[in-house]
Design a binder for this molecule. Sequence first.
Ligand code: ADP
Ligand code: MG
Length: 257
Amino acid sequence: MLKIQNLTVQINNQVILKNLNLQVQPGSVHALMGPNGSGKSTLAYTIMGHPSCQVTTGNLIFQDQDITDLAIDKRARLGIFLAFQYPQAVPGLKVFNFLKAAYEAFASEEIVGKVETNDHKSMGVSVLEFKQILDNALVTLGLNPELIDRDLNDGFSGGEKKRLEMLQLYLLQPKIAIIDEIDSGLDVDALKTVAQVLQACKDRDPEFTIILVTHYRRILEHLKPDFVHIVAHGELVASGTEELSHKIDTAGYGLYV
Ligand code: ADP
Ligand code: MG
């Protein structure tokens, strides 16, 4: 699904990631662990195409296509999704309108049934159709419908923001989701919702692939990783199975920093 080859990334002319290699097979769950400031978010942002993350060497290959220089929106249309560690609030933008626009722009054509017009705008779904889709998703995910009428992340609790990230993921049906520290500050119930949504996406599409950035093993109790990787000072310093996350839990990152 995704090949990261020899990736070196700079932010503000400072090297943050060094010669990083990672292969992610379709349908797999990769957990990315590591101490604060080790470069996990930078890797997540670089895969998504954040303009501050300057790739100085190496390549990103997504489904056999080189996406190293591709714009963020094009990556999103290919089926790459990033759930933010710190979702932004946008006062004045209703969640419903945001989700509908995102759905029309980024969910795949098989799902939305897009029709391209002359000005290349995609014809999406009607308000009523989308309300139905959204209501179904809310019920499936057990989310509070009141969130939909509020402004995007405005005054949302930490748990509500993360639930909304999961709702976007569920609606857009990407091929790969990079989930950046969704578990920090979440209570047990919200954590279960996150794991349930990820599992629902996996059940719906066996090729759905997850890169789960996390500090703690807690979320891995709910969503079993196929591989665990440790990032320290911008390098991938260890890879293994779930066993590695147990080791981190008892011994900490001391071995790797
Ligand atoms: P993690 O997510 O593992 O905590 P980050 O990827 O956020 O780590 O950060 C990795 C390193 O990059 C840190 O040393 C951080 O200070 C640095 N960094 C991140 N963003 C910027 C930025 N915009 N400007 C300068 N340095 C940055
Ligand atoms: Mg981070």
